[in-house]
Design a protein around this ligand. Structure first.
Ligand SMILES: Nc1ncnc2c1ncn2[C@@H]1O[C@H](COP(=O)(O)OP(=O)(O)OP(=O)(O)O)[C@@H](O)[C@H]1O
Length: 764
């Protein structure tokens, strides 16, 4: 780029920034005006509603008036929101209006047309684009294309053009700090700089440096099952969030942020990612953890958390694996389909301590239905019939002694409340009036039975599940004794109002499949981050619950904490057969961005198939290790390392295998350092020394990581591989492995020979 071109770019940024400041001024006035207008309308609305309610005769007129007023209030509030959003966009663009430029020349066009790409689009007063939104169809050329003929997708099909130039900018506070032309997808230079920064307690958007394969994930609009298998630090979470921003733009007339649901691994993570979408001018999607979701659905039971289960026994057994498998859910489905009315666990409903509808009566209603009807229809028809019977019983019960007694004991006020708007003159005689009040009273009392029917209390899903378990045979891997013991464990925990995690999804599946209830058709896109920690049974249940949602499953099979590491292909094959979808797609991300080259190289070396991991070429210190003979020395070495690391870095995280270890380390260090023990209730990480168990470090990153006690004793088998890999890959700039006794054999000999890992100075 020559000097003149550089000057032209600077002039352009100045022009755009000046224009933006002008727009900000105008927008601020518009916001003020809109606020005043909505204040005025709301005040008016308040006055009108209070006046009009005094005038009883004008009720109908008042209702129409009120509706009109309410519409006006809604419109002004909406208008205020629009101008505020506009202002926010201008303010956001004024700091850094754009980060890219592409010059494209359509065939037949005399000259190339320069287009500037930023986080939002901006037009000048003549309606010409000064900035194109990064999500606009043409902008994909910036991310995907190299110079020459290029293609891009538009709502009307594929278009072609020629990419003549690609330029990148770094603009801060309206000043160009850096600009260069590139033929690469998006140049390494910019990425180097971004990745070299210190860690932050908030994930940043990656809009300026999205990589080609990440762009594929972001812009996919076809798949109904998109599986992203990406190595640690490959930008899966970043791409997921950029994808949500893209979808909100692409389908802005049909999709709103509250139709997108993200299952995130823990609350800390939810907080970590919360600024990304707002930084792109979009509202956040809804977020939930599987834990919270289960707890809400299984109200009244304490659901075991994944963390509890991991702490109780980090290693999976074959019985758990079986209950988490597709086979198990398939068996459950088949069982429900062939259930005879005799086997259905109906339960009687009681009223005032006496049986009101017996299980036998309910069963006979069910048995009379056409057996060929779908399960959910049969359940619904039974429910409706019960409600009909209940209504009939109201008339009968109104003549029973209990009802007549209650009627006689009603106060005048209660009696008139039951009469409601009715006048004694409305009735033929007093008996008719009493009969009317008696029916009202009975209806009122029987509401508990109505609620019980409405809430499906005439069927016991837990007993049904026990019945299902009872009729399963033991399998090759599971002995009859183990199986029976497992069934007893389900019943025992239930008595204490608890349920183990492994039973939560199957019980809910059984319940919703049988009743056809609790299906959420509102959610259009479901995202699951860290999907490798979900069982197939859990995913099958989520698919049942969110039947209209397109599934986006993002994870890394090598970071499996709660089960053994498996290949991406195996995971995908399991999912493809388990979830009924039409357009499955797998995208692999093999390039790792988070960590320095030496850290990624070491971390990959511990994986049996780690060769596919491509380390981004960012320089940094070689990871170090220290083997010490006792725990005291483990602590003193840790202290020394923290002190050294804090000289260069902002955050040091000590990652342990378990919560107990984390608590112990914290107790020992808290007097020396201002440190934070991270628990599963934590929302923020506001200290520079953090101590946390590995499952809470999921998805997060820190400048320096100290992997606590990765010894042979603590990490004895390949079951711990995913745990160790996850610990190591949280480090951005420096990684230290500490071990009491010999280092785990999971670190291969060659890592030491090839000096991928060297002894820490303080102990050498
Ligand atoms: N295209 C990119 N441009 C700039 N930074 C990027 C890009 N892709 C990823 N990063 C950075 O790399 C780091 C890791 O990204 P992210 O957390 O999204 O990866 P991940 O695959 O979800 O990681 P993990 O599975 O290990 O938790 C983040 O700091 C992110 O900002």
């Amino acid at each position: 780029m020559n000097q003149q071109e550089e000057q032209e770019e600077r002039d352009r940024v100045n022009r755009v920034t000046t224009f933006l400041h002008h727009q900000i001024k105008k927008a601020k006035q518009a916001v003020k005006k809109a606020q005043a207008e909505s204040d005025r309308v709301q005040k008016n609305y308040g006055i009108n509603t209070s006046i009009n309610y005094l005038e009883a005769d004008d009720r109908i007129e008042t209702k129409a008036d009120l509706q009109q007023q309410r519409n006006l209030v809604n419109r002004t509030v909406e208008n205020e929101a629009i101008v505020k959003k506009q202002l926010a966009t201008y303010q956001q663009l004024s700091h850094s209006p754009y980060f890219g430029r592409i010059d494209v020349q359509d065939s037949g066009a005399p000259t190339p047309e320069p287009l500037y790409i930023g986080t939002a689009s901006l037009m000048d007063d003549n309606g010409e684009f000064l900035i194109h939104d990064w999500r606009a169809p043409i902008s994909s050329v910036y991310y995907n294309g190299t110079l020459g003929p290029v293609h891009y997708q538009t709502p009307n099909g594929e278009r072609s053009t020629t990419l003549k130039k690609k330029r990148q900018f770094k603009i801060k506070d309206g000043q160009i700090l850096h600009m260069f032309d590139t033929n690469e997808t998006v140049g390494d230079e910019m990425l180097q700089e971004t990745l070299g920064n210190k860690s932050s307690d908030q994930l940043q958007n990656i809009v300026a440096t999205i990589q080609r394969e990440q762009n594929d994930i972001i812009r996919d609009v076809r798949s109904d099952l998109l599986v992203v298998q990406g190595v640690a630090g490959s930008g899966k979470t970043s791409a997921l969030l950029q994808r949500i921003a893209f979808l909100l733009y692409h389908s802005r007339n049909e999709l709103s942020a509250n139709q997108i649901l993200l299952f995130s691994p823990n609350l800390l993570f939810s907080n970590y990612i919360k600024d990304v979408l707002p930084s792109l001018g979009e509202r956040n999607m809804r977020q939930v953890t599987l834990q919270a979701f289960f707890a809400q659905r299984l109200e009244g039971l304490r659901v075991q958390t994944r963390f509890d289960r991991y702490e109780a026994s980090p290693v999976h057994n074959s019985l758990t694996a079986y209950k988490e498998s597709q086979v198990f859910i398939d068996k459950l489905r088949a069982y429900l389909r062939q259930l005879s009315p005799r086997e259905i666990c109906f339960t009687g409903l009681y009223f005032q301590g006496e049986l009101f509808f017996s299980a036998a009566e309910i069963r006979s209603i069910y048995a009379r239905l056409n057996p060929k009807l779908p399960l959910a229809d049969k359940f619904l028809k039974t429910k409706n019939t019960l409600i009909k019977h209940l209504k009939a019983r109201i008339n009968e019960e109104a003549h029973e002694d209990w009802a007549l007694d209650e009627l006689d004991n009603l106060s005048d006020e209660q009696y008139h409340n039951y009469l409601g708007d009715h006048d004694p003159a409305d009735f033929f005689d007093f008996d008719e009036e009493r009969d009317f009040v008696a029916r009202k009273l009975v209806k009122d009392r029987l509401h508990v039975v109505y609620n019980a029917i409405y809430n499906d209390q005439f069927w016991d899903q837990y007993s049904q599940y026990e019945h299902f378990l009872g009729q399963l045979d033991s399998t090759d891997q599971i002995t009859l004794a183990d199986w029976q013991q497992n069934q007893r464990a389900f019943t025992d925990t239930l008595e204490y109002h608890q349920i183990r995690l492994v039973d939560a999804a199957p019980v809910l599946f059984l319940q919703d499949y049988f009743t056809g209830e609790n299906h959420n058709r509102h959610i259009k896109y479901l995202f699951i981050d860290e999907v490798q920690d979900y069982s197939v049974a859990e995913l099958m249940y989520l698919k049942l619950t969110f039947p209209r949602a397109k599934f986006n499953l993002i994870g890394d099979s090598e970071q499996a904490l709660f089960k053994d590491v498996e290949t991406a292909e195996a995971l995908l094959n399991r999912l493809k057969t388990a979830l009924p979808v039409q357009h499955p797609r797998l995208i692999n991300l093999n390039r790792s961005y988070r960590s320095t080259y030496p850290i990624t190289t070491l971390a990959s070396s511990i994986l049996p198939a780690g060769d596919h991991i491509e380390a981004f070429n960012r320089a940094g210190a070689t990871p170090t290790y220290a083997e010490v003979p006792n725990e005291q020395q483990l602590l003193t070495t840790t202290q020394a390392i923290i002190k050294t690391e804090l000289q260069d870095h902002e955050t040091v995280a000590i990652i342990t295998k378990t919560k107990d270890e984390a608590q112990h380390v914290y107790q020992e260090l808290r007097h020396q350092f201002d440190c934070l023990l991270v628990t599963d209730k934590a929302r923020t990480l506001n200290k520079s020394v953090l101590i946390l168990p590995v499952y809470l470090a999921k998805g997060l990153e820190f400048d320096t990581v100290i992997a606590w006690n990765v010894s042979t004793a603590n990490f004895p088998t390949h079951h711990e591989l995913g745990i160790l890999y996850t610990m190591m890959t949280r480090a951005m700039h420096h990684l230290v492995l500490l071990s009491q006794g010999p280092l785990t054999d999971l670190i291969p000999e060659r890592a030491l020979h090839q000096k991928l890992l060297v002894k820490a100075k303080s102990t050498s």
